[in-house]
Design a protein around this ligand. Structure first.
Ligand code: XLS
Ligand code: NI
Ligand code: NI
Length: 438
């Protein structure tokens, strides 16, 4: 089936003065920044599902895309053809990593046995393609939300047999990820939530989810998978209330089941905004809680309230996200996966390239901005000075757990003066950011 991208030459870095629409203007993979190449900092991944599986359907109409590998039966031959197309795309774009769900890549299965066999078949085939092209796996996952059996949830389903099917899928997707050398494994809640409280036992479902994630961690250790496991927070969609609504909620859940040192988060900006946060908030929260893992870069639409999964294009937003990611030590096993899809009218092969070239160039610029901000870290310096009081004296004593309420009360009475208000300098700090976004 490949041949679809034959009219597009491998994408090269040509610099910002290039007029070639099929060249990188900023993504210069070998450029060194803070001791690492740009490629090593960003660890860019292209996802299977939005690019090679979705045919452009929406709730009002069917597929619009010109993708010759779609249609017909989803058998092993067509699964191989799709894999050929995907790896042809990766080789031309030059993204070092890809991501996939089990069912994105494999032939459709009617039974559990067929599921396992069809997955094993495509994993063999993918392994060969990875060897040929050098594209690596950033993370794998299992789709436990599309098939009707999961309409009431996967591990949180009222029927334990559905949870068992979810266990089958995760076991084999995790083992496939391990075999393909994946750096991480993602658990997005999918339908782990509920539509109406009238038919739902919330406490029971949370217990099921807690035990399920614990079993995944146990299996990871059993098979010797050294990558990370990440939960991907999302507040709603498809279910009205999702149990993994945002980074803070996921942390509380992990703590409740003793998993906070085993599982981190895969943050998606469009999910952050749906939860009423912004992207940086979720990144900083994950840094503060010690669970930052990976990013599904995309963006929502400010005028509507669902997961539009558009390609990122806001330089200020992504500069700030990368600033906080770098301040937290940067990506380790995680990376920059584009969980983003072209619009329905963008039906051609060229559109897939425009989308990814633009997003990679955007992240390259954002990364350069973030590095420059860290090298002359006015934001960091301001924050450090703002909290300096906690490094000594009574502040430190309180944080060390050595002060009492009574002692602090006495301290105030001894001084007998009200602390003077200090400016938070918000506009100054916003100017620092505006000047850094180039
Ligand atoms: C959906 C999620 C999904 C996960 C992988 O909203 O973003 O695509 O990243 O299951
Ligand atoms: Ni995602
Ligand atoms: Ni999403």
């Amino acid at each position: 089936m490949s041949g679809y991208f034959d009219h597009i030459d491998p994408i090269k870095f040509e610099g910002k003065d290039s007029d070639n629409d099929f060249a990188f203007k900023y993504y210069d993979k070998d450029k060194m920044l803070m001791g690492k190449t740009m490629a090593e900092h960003l660890r860019v991944a292209v996802c299977y599902w939005h690019n090679f599986c979705w045919d452009g359907f929406d709730v009002f109409g069917g597929g619009t895309f010109n993708r010759p590998w779609h249609g017909g039966s989803n058998d092993r031959t067509s699964a191989e053809a799709k894999t050929d197309v995907a790896f042809d795309f990766f080789a031309r774009l030059g993204n070092p990593f890809f991501t996939f769900h089990d069912v994105d890549a494999m032939a459709e299965a009617q039974t559990p046995r067929e599921h396992v066999d069809n997955l094993a078949h495509i994993v063999d085939y993918i392994e060969g393609k990875m060897g040929e092209t050098g594209t690596k796996l950033l993370w794998g996952t299992a789709n436990m939300f599309s098939h009707p059996r999961f309409m009431a949830g996967a591990s949180t389903n009222p029927n334990p047999n559905v949870a068992a099917f979810a266990a089958l899928q995760v076991k084999h997707a995790l083992e496939a990820t391990h075999r393909l050398g994946g750096a991480g494994y993602v658990l997005w809640g999918g339908r782990e939530g509920y539509d109406t409280i009238l038919n739902t036992k919330v406490g029971q479902e949370m217990e099921q989810l807690g035990r399920f994630v614990s079993m995944v961690v146990e299996h990871k250790h059993k098979i010797g998978f050294k990558g990370d496991i990440w939960i991907e927070p999302k507040p709603h969609e498809p279910t009205k209330h999702q149990y993994d609504r945002d980074v803070g909620t996921v942390y509380g859940f992990l703590k409740a089941y003793g998993l906070e040192n085993e599982v981190g988060v895969n943050i998606e900006p469009n999910h952050a905004t749906l939860a009423g946060h912004n992207f940086e908030h979720e990144v900083e929260m994950a840094n503060a809680l010690g669970i930052f893992g990976s990013i599904d870069f995309n963006r929502g639409d400010p005028q509507n309230g669902w997961d539009t999964d558009q390609f990122p294009n806001d330089l200020r937003e992504n500069t700030m996200a990368l600033y906080y990611i770098l301040k937290g030590g940067g990506f380790k096993n995680g990376g920059s996966n584009f969980d983003a899809k072209v619009r329905r009218q963008s039906r051609d092969a060229d559109d897939l390239f425009h989308a990814h070239i633009g997003a990679m160039d955007l992240l390259a610029r954002a990364l350069e901005n973030a590095v420059a901000m860290i090298e002359n870290d006015k934001l960091g310096a301001f924050r450090d000075q703002r909290y300096a009081g906690w490094e000594s004296g009574l502040g430190k004593k309180m944080l060390d757990g050595k002060a009492t309420l009574e002692e602090m009360s006495d301290y105030c009475l001894d001084k007998n003066e009200s602390p003077a208000p200090v400016s938070g300098r918000q506009e100054y700090l916003e100017n620092v950011v505006t000047q850094a976004v180039k």
